[in-house]
Design a protein around this ligand. Sequence first.
Ligand SMILES: Nc1ncnc2c1ncn2[C@@H]1O[C@H](COP(=O)(O)OP(=O)(O)OP(=O)(O)O)[C@@H](O)[C@H]1O
Length: 300
Amino acid sequence: MSTVIEVTSLSKTFGTKQALNNVTFTINKGSTVALVGPNGAGKTTLFSIICGYLKPTNGSISVLGHNPGDANLFGKISALPQDAQLDPKFSVAKQLSFFAQLQGMSRKAAEADTQRVLELVDLAHVANSKTGELSHGMRKRVCIAQALLGSPQIVLLDEATAGLDPKNAKAIRNLIASLQGDMTFILSSHDLSELERLCDTVLYLEQGQLSSHQSDLYQSEQGSFVTLQMLNLDTPMKDKIAELSGVKNIKQTQSDELVIEYAKQDEPFDLSLLTLIHENSWTYKQLVNGRTLENQLFVD
Ligand SMILES: Nc1ncnc2c1ncn2[C@@H]1O[C@H](COP(=O)(O)OP(=O)(O)OP(=O)(O)O)[C@@H](O)[C@H]1O
């Protein structure tokens, strides 16, 4: 698998403020990466360095084999900044077509590409509306369309679905899912449940430091996980589950929720667990393979 972004010992300071502190990671071609972390963790700073808007104070970064901002990256990397702005006085199509022409497309090609990306975000019907007349959610989708102009290999979306209603947020998630694999996505969001459905790799930043770089929500080096939600979980139930063959560790993450780590064996573990539940006439609410991103990041 080829590497599209390689970051080594990257640091960024603003005066005395250390926004990024010795960050190292690689991103593989075609992966979808979640960039997670609390407010002020350094996510936007990292995005800005990858895009070439900011220079690192120390360390190295290579994007598709080039320095960020290099002319060779023109059209190959695109970004939806957190506070993307559109000019309210111009039509959607005019602005997108303008950006496409800035990428070097002829006017005709730019208009065709504008139509294509507007269809992708389901906004072809507002092509001739001024962006100032659109709702916040629609403007956000226009900005996402802008990030998809041309054929970028890497797309960075900072809080792509923030402020969107659930239906529109889902449409954006579906759009990203449909483009996954061809493009490498880096998504930042505070909505962990959104990211865990889309992403195969997680970068967790905290106070400028990368505290976790994981690429599998379903398995760790030690074993696999299931998340079980019971109706009225009690200690005897927990003890019986712990006795099941293959169980390595059990964590109670919420009052009725267990994350069970198990070693792979011949008998599928979820089947043994369901059999145990059935034999004891317990009631379960949900059994999901893997563990949530929230449980992975925040439960020791
Ligand atoms: N231009 C700047 N000048 C001074 N300090 C800055 C600048 N940009 C960012 N910082 C500081 O660097 C730290 C990281 O900021 P950054 O915006 O990268 O965080 P973030 O993870 O994107 O936060 P949020 O989730 O709130 O968007 C913060 O403490 C911020 O105050």
